[in-house]
Design a protein around this ligand. Structure first.
Ligand code: 2HA
Ligand code: ZN
Length: 270
């Protein structure tokens, strides 16, 4: 067996969670990340026949049966991942229709996966239906996006259009826009189902007064997606209280669509 800490996906996970912490998106135990891995990717690093523990998930997700995930732990601080990856991260395989997670590596202090595991797994299943290349679900608490949910209309079209207008690259990076959930109790199957439903039409889902979920093909891309939306929200929070003199017009948005070969969410531009 090769050293799991040298696996490219492990290195990326450690770098990404560290970077998220450094961006101020993951105070204390805030945030969680899950990365879908293939059996071939993990087979060089763990004995897939050696299950360390079986952990009930509390939900069913038959679509993900047999799939492997590297996931952050409940109550764990992103700040600490780089110093003790085997305590703060775990590698699990779902079985029993998604109702059981078999621990293959990590959570060495007896811990388990994030409290938001339902939202993560249900979101993976939802994204895989529309994008077979999706591997990552990422949740965090970026300050400006969160702030925006206190002062901006939570209507998805209005929220998306405002973000698109804040930086030229937004419509190119997230042409499908952002979906928004009202405040809901976190850590539950209900918010998991609601998030997954929103994930069918966009890769970004804002949880009002809480944070954001992003999904994408790899850690870098998903980080960049949230980073771009957060930058737009930051600009919004800098200008929202000032008289608006200029904006990016819908006509200009259409030029961006053409130039970058993207299609804005149906009905979101005039
Ligand atoms: O686990 O971010 O939503 C920390 C969270 C819960
Ligand atoms: Zn959270």
């Amino acid at each position: 067996m090769k050293d799991i800490l040298t696996a490219s996906w492990m290195v990326e996970m450690i770098r990404t969670t560290t970077n998220m912490y450094n961006h101020g998106w993951d105070e204390r135990n805030g945030g969680n990340v899950s990365l879908l891995l293939s059996e071939t990717e993990v087979a060089d690093y763990v004995d897939t026949n050696k299950v360390l523990r079986e952990i009930p998930t509390g939900f069913a997700c038959p679509e993900l049966d047999g799939k492997y995930f590297l996931v952050t732990g409940t109550g764990k601080y992103f700040k600490n991942v780089q110093y003790a990856p085997d305590v703060n991260l775990g590698l699990v395989r779902l079985t029993n229709g998604g109702e059981t997670a078999q621990l293959l590596w990590g959570f060495t202090d007896g811990g388990k996966f994030t409290s938001e595991f339902p939202a993560h797994m249900m979101s993976h299943a939802a994204r895989l239906k529309v994008d077979p290349e999706n591997h990552v679900v990422m949740h965090c608490h970026p300050a400006n996006l969160l702030a925006m949910t206190y002062v901006h209309d939570l209507d998805e079209k209005a929220f998306t259009r405002t973000l698109w207008q804040m930086c030229t690259e937004c419509i190119v990076v997230f042409p499908d826009g952002v979906n928004v959930l009202p405040w809901m109790l976190c850590g539950t199957n209900e918010i998991g189902l609601a998030t997954a439903e929103k994930m069918q039409t966009a890769r970004l889902v804002v949880w009002a007064q809480h944070g954001i979920y992003g999904a994408g093909k790899d850690l870098d891309e998903t980080f960049g997606l949230i980073e771009t939306a957060e930058k737009a929200a930051e600009i919004y929070m800098k200008i929202a209280h000032l008289p608006l003199v200029n904006t990016i017009t819908d006509e200009q948005m259409h030029l961006l669509e053409k130039r970058f070969g993207v299609k804005a969410r149906e009905g979101y531009l005039m």
